[in-house]
Design a protein around this ligand. Structure first.
Ligand code: LLP
Length: 417
C-alpha cells in the first residue's frame, strides 16, 4: 500500500492530511512516512532471510536521528562515511558492532573515533589508508577489522556522477592491486582482515551489474584462500534503484534471488548498504506556490523551496514527480517549477505538464526521502527546512526548522575589524 494517497482529493501521509502539517509547521518541510520506512526496510531485510546477512543502512541517504533510531529498532546496522555519521548512528542507538565505515578520505581523528567505538569494520580504499588505520590502531593499542573495497570495474549503467565501481572512478582498489594490498595487510601488526567490499553505483535498475561484481569478488576470494586469507564478510554495498518516473528496478526479492543464486553455498555473512531503496519513496518535500509568473513563452510556478533544500534536480537533472496536495479540476498547464534562489539551475521541474497551480497551493515533490535533506545547504542564507515523521494519525517534527540565529551560529566578528 502506498502511504501518500488522496482521500477526497486531498493528499494524506498515512492518516494525516498533509495540509494539516503545513498549517502547523509552515512550508517548506520534508515529511516521512513511518509505515513506508518500516515496510521498505523489512522488504529488503526479509529478501535475504535464507542467508546470513546484515543490512547496514547507508546514512548518507537520510541521517535524521529518528529515522536511524527506527532502523536500529528493526535490527539495522549502518554504513557511514564520516565521524559525523558515526556520531549520529551511535546517538540513534545503532550498535557499533553493526557499523561499517566506507569512504576514500578517512581522517585520523575519524579513524580513532571509529576504533574507540569498536565498529564492525573499515572498508579500506587505498594502501595509504590501510597504513594509517594500522598506525591509529597501534597508537590506541587495539586492532582494526578491515575489508578492502575492491573496484570490480563493472558498468552500472547509471548517471555518471553516481557510478562508482568503474576503473576510472576514484573508489576502491582495482582487482590486480587488491591481492598485493591484502598481502600487505596480512603483515601489518594491528590489522585483522575480515572482509571484502564493493559498491558499484547508485540508482541501478538492473541486477546484472551486481551479479557481475559478485562474480569478480568470488574469484578474488578464491585467490585469497590460496594465500591463507579467509573472508568472513562479503559487503556488496548499496545501489538498488527506485521508481522516480518510469524506471522499473528489480524488487528486493528479485535482487536477492539473483545474488543468492550467484553466491552458491558460501560460509560468510553478506553485508548490504542500501540507502535510496529504503527511504527514497518514503519522503516528500512539501512547498507552497508563492507566485505564478507568466511570459509569452513560459510559465513559472515559483515555490518557497529551492535547490538548497533539494539539490537533485539541479545537480543530476533528476526527475521528481510533483503532485498537488489538493487535487483541482482546473485543466493542466505546462510550466517550470522554480525556487527563489538566484541561479537558473534552481528548478524542480522544467516544461512539465502539471495541474494548473495557483498562488497559495501546496505542492508535493515526491520521492525525496533519500538524498533530499541530507544534501541540503544554507545557500542564499536560507534556514534548512524541518523534517516531520508521520505514524498513523500522529506526526512529530523530528528536526526543527532552522532560524536566522542558527544561520550565524558560530560566526564572529574579529576585534581587528
Ligand atoms: N555504500 C556506499 C559505499 C555508497 O557510496 C553509497 C552511495 C551507498 C552505499 C548507498 O547507495 P544507495 O543504496 O543509496 O544507492 N546523491 C546521489 C546519490 C549518491 C550515492 C553515493 N553513494 C543522488 O542523489 O542520487
Amino acid at each position: 500500500m502506498h502511504h501518500f494517497q488522496y482521500r477526497d482529493n486531498e493528499m494524506f501521509c498515512e492518516d494525516v492530511p498533509v495540509s494539516k502539517i503545513a498549517g502547523e509547521v509552515g512550508t517548506p518541510f520534508y515529511v516521512y512516512s513511518h509505515a513506508t520506512l518500516v515496510r521498505h526496510f523489512r522488504a529488503f531485510d526479509n529478501a535475504f532471510n535464507e542467508v546470513p546477512h546484515l543490512v547496514c543502512f547507508s546514512a548518507k541517504a537520510n541521517s535524521n536521528l529518528a529515522v536511524l533510531n527506527l532502523f536500529a529498532d528493526l535490527g539495522s546496522g549502518l554504513d557511514i562515511v564520516s565521524g559525523g555519521e558515526l556520531y549520529r548512528g551511535l546517538m540513534a542507538g545503532i550498535p557499533p558492532e553493526k557499523i561499517v565505515y566506507s569512504g576514500v578520505g578517512k581522517r585520523k581523528d575519524e579513524i580513532e573515533y571509529a576504533l574507540k567505538s569498536n565498529i564492525l569494520m573499515f572498508n579500506i580504499e587505498s594502501i595509504q589508508e590501510l597504513e594509517s588505520v594500522n598506525r591509529c590502531a597501534e597508537r590506541l593499542n587495539t586492532r582494526a577489522r578491515i575489508a578492502l573495497r575492491v573496484n570490480p570495474d563493472v558498468d552500472p549503467k547509471t548517471h555518471p556522477y553516481i557510478s562508482t565501481g568503474m576503473e576510472k572512478n576514484k573508489f576502491g582498489i582495482n582487482k590486480e592491486t587488491a591481492i598485493s594490498t591484502y598481502k600487505a595487510a596480512q603483515k601489518l601488526s594491528n590489522i585483522d582482515i575480515v572482509g571484502i567490499d564493493c559498491h558499484v553505483g547508485s540508482q541501478l535498475t538492473e541486477t546484472a551489474p551486481f551479479v557481475d561484481a559478485l562474480r569478480k569478488l568470488k574469484e578474488l576470494i578464491a585467490d585469497l584462500e590460496q594465500l591463507g586469507i579467509h573472508i568472513s564478510y562479503l559487503d556488496l554495498g548499496g545501489g538498488l534503484g527506485i521508481t522516480y518516473d518510469e524506471e522499473t528496478p528489480p524488487h528486493p526479492d528479485d535482487y536477492a534471488r539473483a545474488i543468492v543464486q550467484e553466491l552458491g553455498k558460501v560460509p560468510f555473512t553478506l553485508i548490504f548498504e542500501p540507502g535510496r531503496v529504503i527511504v527514497g519513496n518514503a519522503g516528500a518535500l512539501i512547498t507552497e506556490c508563492l507566485y505564478i509568473k507568466k511570459s509569452e513563452k513560459k510559465k513559472f510556478v515559483v515555490v518557497d523551496a529551492a535547490m538548497n533544500d533539494l539539490a537533485r534536480p539541479s545537480l543530476y537533472d533528476a526527475y521528481h514527480a510533483i503532485q498537488p496536495v489538493m487535487q483541482n479540476k482546473r485543466s493542466p498547464f505546462i510550466a517550470d517549477v522554480v525556487g527563489p534562489i538566484c541561479e537558473s539551475g534552481d528548478f524542480f521541474a522544467r516544461d512539465r505538464k502539471l495541474p494548473e497551480f495557483e498562488q497559495g497551493d501546496l505542492l508535493a515533490v515526491m520521492s525525496t526521502g533519500a538524498y533530499g535533506f541530507t544534501m541540503s545547504s544554507n545557500y542564499n542564507s536560507r534556514p534548512r527546512v524541518p523534517e516531520v515523521m508521520v505514524k498513523g494519525d500522529q506526526f512529530h517534527v523530528v528536526r526543527e526548522r532552522e532560524t536566522c540565529e542558527s544561520l550565524i551560529q558560530g560566526e564572529s566578528i574579529p576585534t581587528f575589524l
